[in-house]
Design a protein around this ligand. Structure first.
Ligand SMILES: Nc1ncnc2c1ncn2[C@@H]1O[C@H](COP(=O)(O)OP(=O)(O)OP(=O)(O)O)[C@@H](O)[C@H]1O
Length: 239
């Protein structure tokens, strides 16, 4: 699995403007994009996910274009084959665990309850040992169960890779430590490639097989955790 990202996006808000100009290629199983607040991490992840349209450039997954401005290609988010794990997990409070996971399968406006017994949903309930709490709602779950439910929802449609947006930032330090270890073990078990954004050095140390440092909208540093593995090649800007 490899990502190639070469994008530019100009954003304006009142008198302020921000230019995102990001270029990198990674073939690592785990890639972490890190940097301070306002560096452009979320914009980069949202562009890859198909939630933000770059002004120019291209985004390739395994050499296939998800976005290519010149060729006029811009696959909608649901056709990109990517799972998205949101910062605060974004579970629906009024849906139970099974329905939350089933929501990851939705096509259009199908009511999740009608897809409750989809085999893919049942499989992820089993893989993540969520069967016993399948009828419970998010507020009735432990932190780990919530994380596994969100992860199952991101994985149920069978994505090729997972995008993670600061997955531990909303947690207290003790829980953060546990959730980090649990997530790492789960991802290893299912051999799912991932790209994470974070500002937390501990996330970087734990997940950063390949590391990209972002500052003021640009990649300023990159490294592979396996010297000589050539997992990562930085491009010159996003031009
Ligand atoms: N819709 C928008 N319009 C104008 N500027 C925006 C918009 N969205 C983000 N920005 C600006 O782009 C810059 C990068 O934002 P981004 O959310 O990618 O930062 P980040 O690195 O994810 O930060 P954090 O770690 O705080 O989430 C910020 O200066 C932000 O104010």
């Amino acid at each position: 699995m490899s990502f190639t990202v070469q994008i530019r996006k100009q954003l304006h808000s009142g008198a302020r403007s921000f230019e995102l100009d990001v270029g990198f290629t990674t073939a690592a199983r785990r890639t972490v994009v890190y940097g301070p607040s306002g560096a452009g991490k979320s914009l980069t992840l949202r562009a890859i996910a198909g939630l933000l349209r770059p002004d120019s450039g291209r985004i390739l997954l395994d050499e296939q274009p998800l976005f290519d401005a010149e060729a006029g290609i811009d696959l909608p988010a649901r056709h990109r084959g990517l799972g998205y794990l949101f910062q605060d997990y974004a579970l629906f409070p009024h849906l139970n665990v099974r329905q939350n996971i089933a929501f990851g399968l939705r096509r259009g406006l199908l009511n999740p309850s009608r897809r409750e017994r989809d085999p893919a949903v049942e499989r992820w309930l089993e893989v993540f040992e969520l069967g016993p709490v399948a009828q419970q709602h998010p507020h009735e779950l432990s932190g780990g169960q919530r994380q596994r439910t969100a992860l199952a929802r991101a994985l149920v449609s069978g994505p090729r890779a997972l995008l993670l947006d600061e997955p531990f930032s909303a947690l207290d330090p003790e829980l953060r430590l546990r959730m980090r270890e649990e997530l790492l073990a789960l991802l290893e078990r299912i051999a799912m490639p991932m790209l994470m954004i974070t500002h937390d050095p501990e996330d970087l140390a734990c997940f950063g097989q390949a590391r990209l440092r972002l500052r003021e909208g640009r990649i300023v540093d990159e490294a592979s955790a396996r010297p000589g593995a050539n997992a990562l090649v930085a491009d010159e800007g996003g031009r």
